[in-house]
Design a protein around this ligand. Structure first.
Ligand code: BTN
Length: 279
């Protein structure tokens, strides 16, 4: 049953407009009480020609989607939005948008709330080892170039963990649970759009190294032994670094280096890399 969120607790667009300091992101903001998925609507708008920077935001999504066609639970109180981007890059560069968004989210949460948010490659942000944000980048190509990309960001903000199913409660958290209070979603939204825009500009100016450096600072698992479920099967080894395409470089037990371009880290074992191999 859809219980209406009291008006005062909904996202106040007037507050957003007052606080937003961006040039491109949020030039148009389309707000909805309920949508199937903000990514879906943003995609339709992008196909219809809406300009770069348009943002679709909803209080709740009925068929919010995650990576690999997974369902994304989107109760009221969360921050669920999608940004239309039109970067002049090759389609294979699209994962960099997820990368920069993960950096923007972790940095914003750390700065605004003093929490230790950490990036879990490729698209999650965790607080206290539990997922607080997921990112889904979807694109459309035309004549071999990226016509547009939809950057979908979902943050578990102002709701109690009981809004999730019991299995999800084991692996997810919300800002409200971590802080013991509600946050101002308008402020989070504006600061986050500002950070995404800054990193997006860095990407457009070819300054990927600066983004990667922030990514390295904000991730907690480099150097750990990880188990990754990828398209090509299971890969396990020491997480070494990200390469310039956003692929994770993993050192296998036999010391071979492999690039993993997509997948999920299903286990992080904080086991140090054997010292003699480094020396
Ligand atoms: C994942 O972790 O698998 C990615 C989740 C992405 C969820 C966001 S919420 C806003 C946007 N709309 C969607 O339907 N999905 C993304």
């Amino acid at each position: 049953m859809f219980e209406a969120l009291p008006k005062a607790m909904r996202i106040q667009l007037s507050k957003v407009r007052e606080s937003l300091r961006t040039r491109i992101l949020g030039r148009a903001i389309l707000y909805f009480r309920e949508l199937p998925s903000t990514n879906e609507i943003a995609k339709e708008l992008a196909v219809g020609g809406i300009g770069e920077g348009a943002v679709v935001v909803a209080e709740t999504q009925t068929v919010g989607r995650g990576r690999f066609k997974r369902e994304w639970a989107s109760p009221e109180g969360g921050l669920w939005f999608s940004v239309v981007l039109r970067p002049k890059v090759q389609p294979k560069q699209a994962p960099k948008l997820t990368l920069l968004a993960s950096v923007a989210v972790a940095k914003t949460i750390n700065r605004l709330y003093g929490l230790r948010a950490e990036i879990k490659w490729p698209n999650d942000v965790l607080v206290n080892q539990k997922k607080v944000c997921g990112i889904l980048t979807e694109g459309q190509t035309r004549d071999g170039t990226l016509n547009f990309a939809i950057l979908g960001i979902g943050i578990n903000a102002n709701f109690n963990i009981e809004a999730f199913s019991p299995p999800l409660r084991e692996t997810a958290t919300t800002l409200k649970e971590e802080l013991g209070r509600d946050i101002e979603r308008e402020i989070l939204f504006c600061r986050l759009l500002g950070e995404v825009e800054s990193y997006y500009e860095l990407l457009q100016r070819g300054k990927l190294e600066a983004i990667l450096n922030d990514w390295r600072r904000l991730t907690g698992f480099l150097g750990s032994y990880v188990v990754i479920q990828s398209d090509g099967g299971k890969v396990e080894g020491w997480a070494v670094d990200l390469d310039n395409d956003g692929a994770l470089i993993v050192k296998l037990k036999d010391e071979a280096l492999v690039r993993v371009t997509s997948g999920d880290i299903v286990k992080i074992i904080h086991r140090e890399y054997p010292r003699h191999v480094d020396e």
